[in-house]
Ligand binder design. Sequence first.
Ligand code: ZN
Length: 268
Amino acid sequence: MPPRTTRLSRRGLLVGGAAATALTVTPQAAAAPGGTGPGTSRTDKGTVVHLLGTAGGPPPYGERMGIASAVTVGGDTYLVDCGRGAVTQYLRAGLSMPSLKGIFLTHLHADHIVDYFNFPLLCAGVMPLQPGFSGTVRVWGPGPSDTVTEGPVTPGEPAPGIIETTRRANATFAASTNAFVTEGFGIDPVSVLNVAELSARPGTVITLLETATMKVTATRVPHGNMSPSYAYRFDTADGSVVFSGDTSRSDDLIALARGCDLRRCHVG
Ligand SMILES: [Zn+2]
């Protein structure tokens, strides 16, 4: 499925679907002036939400890509989750790699992060064959697991958080990165990232990013033994959008989403 985009507007706000896999985008919004189709470029200003992938759950599907969304504010792009196919869908949506300023990961289930490291890996690995990032890409994600202490991969230890996950992903591709760098046309993928682990207690809202044009806040949400998991709220001059990630009913999420214009909810 090609990526879908919708524009946040105070005059024509959108309805978020709470179904398992998809957000409902009103036809009017999808066809709004300036709406982006696959393969086209966006150069104008404003806030646009891109549904890069809407398939729920880990199983891959031929006709739908894994969970990933992007929010563009002016000329800057922010990803929320990077499920299967996110890199391809990002490009199909006409989003540029140099515009990518941040990645927000709701939790570390594979179907939400499997394409995360592909962004720095593939872009940094081929510079200068194609434009990479214009600067450091900030990454926000969960810290080590606070409930799962037993498992086949890290027995007796908490599962790693996003910082250690990033380090291990980079180590996995050591042969590739070493070869590219020594051949003179690549850089260490982690050198373009600034990774931060969230540390919010349940019931609290933390501010992660605040610029002249937007503010991003987060709160914890319940998702079985995948803890911590987070929901994110973007507030811009054009409107607000909340990404729940996977969650069950949560008063904290309801509070975070109060008054927002668009909700992307996912239960899985
Ligand atoms: Zn999940």
